[in-house]
Write a protein that binds this ligand. Structure first.
Ligand code: 5GP
Ligand code: MG
Length: 172
């Protein structure tokens, strides 16, 4: 099968938006220590760029929730790589690659809330609001996009294309 990728958001536009998000977060949490909770694997590239622009005392943790199989949502959620640190009393900033049906972030948000953090905020690079099934929204959104299958800048199709420096639409 031939796969074609068309650029949706350029490397330059991503960089500018990541800088803006980092500035907003740095102002919002000024003087605080934050724990960035990166959702594996898709948010790794975004998170790596974002944390280097934060002017905050920043810790980095990872979690992996799996809900996707190829391009179809299975609707089933699994904690494949659970949190290694305690959340209680901490300022948690969850970073996600893309908010689609909302199931993943809803699931994670509920798990985190039960552990009594000082605060939780959700940051997503991309938001596809047309696809939402459960009631959840992000506190910070990089780009709101139409209902297309996205690859690049951390996002994959069958583990390919995560290393693309831009955000693209996969045309099949
Ligand atoms: P949700 O639980 O919100 O439906 O799905 C979130 C997860 O589904 C994302 O973290 C991502 O891994 C995957 N996903 C949703 N839409 C896309 C997409 O357009 N492209 C890719 N590569 N993954 C997607
Ligand atoms: Mg993800």
């Amino acid at each position: 099968m031939n796969e074609k990728i068309s650029v949706l958001i350029s490397e330059e536009k991503i960089k500018k938006r990541v800088d803006e998000l980092a500035a907003q977060l740095s102002e919002c949490y000024s003087g605080e220590t934050v724990t960035m909770l990166c959702t594996l694997k898709g948010a790794v590239v975004f998170t790596a760029d974002l944390i280097r622009k934060l002017t905050l005392d920043t810790r980095l943790e990872f979690v992996r929730i799996s809900s996707y199989d190829g391009t179809e949502s299975t609707g089933k959620l699994k904690m494949k790589y659970p949190l290694e640190c305690s959340v209680k009393g901490k300022h948690i900033i969850v970073t996600e690659d893309i908010l689609d049906t909302g199931r993943t972030l809803k699931f994670l948000h509920e798990q985190l809330k039960a552990q009594e953090p000082a605060s939780i905020k959700l940051v997503t690079l991309l938001d596809k609001p047309d696809r939402r099934i459960v009631d959840i929204s992000a506190d910070y959104v990089g780009f709101t996009i139409p209902d297309k299958f996205i690859v690049g800048y951390g996002l994959d199709h069958d583990q390919k294309y995560r290393n693309l420096p831009y955000i693209g639409v996969l045309e099949q």
